[in-house]
Write a protein that binds this ligand. Sequence first.
Ligand SMILES: [Ca+2]
Ligand SMILES: [Ca+2]
Ligand SMILES: [Ca+2]
Length: 282
Amino acid sequence: MKLHRILRLASTAGLVLPLLPVVASGAELDLRTAGASGTINQAFFTNTDPQPTGSGYIDSFVRLRSNAGFEQGYNATARPVMPDVNTSPTFTHDIRLSNVPVVVNPTGAAAGSYYEFLLDINQNASNPYLTLYALRFYTNPNALTMAATLADLTSAAGTTLRWDLDTGSDSRIQLNYIFGSGSGSGDMYAYIPISAFAGASSSDYLYLYSAFGTEPGGTGTYFEANDGYEEWTSRGSSTPPPSVPDGGNSLALLGMGLIGLEAARRRISRGSLRQASRLNAA
Ligand SMILES: [Ca+2]
Ligand SMILES: [Ca+2]
Ligand SMILES: [Ca+2]
């Protein structure tokens, strides 16, 4: 007997059925058209409007890239990171929950308070679609000390899974690079309800795991990862890496070295100008 007939008979008979488990139906949110938005597991996702581009505006805390059709990983300051994750401490590092802006009643979403994240994807203009097939948010009171595998995050003492795109059913989000073309131009805002983080401290570390492209073993429509990196940011409020073994000092020294070089270059070019004006006067 078909499910809808059972339900109809049951309701006719005045029976109250227990809540049925959610069927893994492959929920798909399609954000490939301008202005598209939608809700999965109380989180709200929307295309971004055109916005300023370039480094500085997008301050990423995790960058992913692979040429194998799919890519996955999460942010952490610990090294090594998962294979598809960019190793630069500038682009991949720990953040705390307090670094993420809270937005009240974002346009189009159900009323409430949400943590806001911005995703910037980079794909070939000729093949601009991309599938986000996994997205999870974890917290931990302590910074991870190892981040080489997914298990280094999920099995670490203190790690709590706060929100998962695939809770209830295997979901995915279809994206279109064309709306935010170029590196540094965002493509999607994700608004995760703060209620999902009940019990977490604002000083807790936040770890964002995501996966893009053609999901291994997945069924349904997937668009593979190509071209440049995908990166997550929290709109101007993600902090620089809290501590980088030696790397911070080296970067600072490198910066001082560059300042010294620039000063020398200016001295030389001032000297050249004086020389040129003497020659002109002669
Ligand atoms: Ca982009
Ligand atoms: Ca999924
Ligand atoms: Ca890409």
